[in-house]
Design a protein around this ligand. Structure first.
Ligand SMILES: [Zn+2]
Ligand SMILES: [Zn+2]
Length: 336
């Protein structure tokens, strides 16, 4: 099968490799469309570790072409996406329904080859059928929506709440769609005006360009000095983590979704005296996949509005280049 496979940082090659061979519990999927994720970019540039050679890609939709002998509930020809984090179901976290924290998790395009190829295999339990009304492109957007949906749920924001979203990359914009679908008012914050324009198009009620004004001061002015009850940080930058805490109201909740290894400064006295809750949000729970498919299928969230580029496998490099340059919120690669 054809693939565009990673051999070293910034070294991806067009190759013909053997098709994956499934075991009795797996299904083989012919990949139709995949999305390039931030984690693919990190592995491509060498920021994240990889076992070379590695096929990247974990956001996709396609057709089942083969099912293992033990697979009873899926058939050849069905259109599916897949949950790319194969949790064990046995550890203390899986037992508690927190599959995102599984200690034995196997990641597609990390521990095993991903979907940037004509075919990919996954355990049948992790394949999710797509409604007939949903396109392959929408199917490829289910997984990226999940991290944002989980973050939004961690924020506990409700109908009528106002929340700030720091960072208008893919995660931030998808969180914005979730928040709008839930009936929240959203203040979107970034330093890139084209990203803020897209945020506005997707329904942001206010936008703040952190390059022109101090976002913390602006939020304070907007709220009579109180700050906001709910703040989501999706940029993964120390400065925005600090801003997120500074713009939270007393008793407010700050959800960190962006991933950064750099230290951020938090003044304990502020967190204590203002009773600010700070929590992390990582991946998603198993049951959230069904919610994501339903949100997209029902039209509650227009995930395709984020797609700035669609190319084919022969031009996959273009998707990486444009996504790395920050020119598109989401780049898709059509493989069939
Ligand atoms: Zn992803
Ligand atoms: Zn587990």
């Amino acid at each position: 099968m054809k693939t565009y496979r990673l051999h070293a940082p910034r070294d991806m090659r067009f190759e013909n490799v053997p098709e994956p061979v499934i075991n009795p519990d797996q299904v083989l999927i012919r990949v139709h469309t995949m999305g390039v994720c931030g984690s693919d970019l990190h592995r491509y540039t060498g920021n994240f570790p990889a076992n070379y050679p590695l096929i990247l890609g974990h956001e996709f939709a396609g057709d089942i072409v083969q099912v293992g002998a033990n697979v009873a509930d899926l058939k050849v020809g069905q259109r599916v996406t897949a949950e790319p984090n194969f949790w064990c179901g046995k550890c203390v976290y899986c037992q508690a329904g927190k599959q995102n924290l599984c200690v034995n998790r196997i990641g597609l395009a990390y521990h095993v080859d991903g979907c940037q190829a004509e075919y990919v295999k996954v355990p049948a339990a992790f394949a999710w059928r797509l409604p007939d009304t949903m396109s392959y492109a929408q199917g490829a957007m289910v997984e990226p929506l999940m991290a944002s949906l989980h973050g939004f749920r961690r924020s506990r924001a409700k109908l009528g709440d106002t929340l700030a979203i720091l960072g208008c990359g893919t995660i931030g914009l998808l969180a914005l769609l979730c928040a709008k679908a839930a009936g929240c008012r959203v203040v979107a914050i970034d330093v890139v005006s084209s990203k803020l324009e897209l945020a506005q198009k997707l329904g942001a009620d206010e936008i703040i360009n952190g390059r022109d004004t101090d976002p913390v001061e602006t939020i304070k002015q907007m709220t009579d000095g109180l700050g906001l009850e709910v703040v989501m940080e999706t940029a993964g930058i120390a400065a925005t983590v600090e801003q997120a805490v500074a713009m939270a109201a007393q008793g407010g909740r700050v959800v960190l979704v962006g991933i950064s290894n750099r230290p951020a400064q938090v003044i304990p006295a502020i967190v204590v005296r203002r009773e600010i809750e700070i929590c992390g949000s990582y991946l998603y729970h198993a049951r959230e996949f069904a919610s994501g498919i339903q949100l997209i299928a029902s039209g509650a969230v227009d995930v395709l509005a984020l797609v700035g580029l669609t190319t084919d496998l022969d031009h996959a490099q273009e998707a990486y280049d444009q996504a790395l340059a920050g020119n598109v919120a989401k780049a898709l690669i059509k493989i069939q």
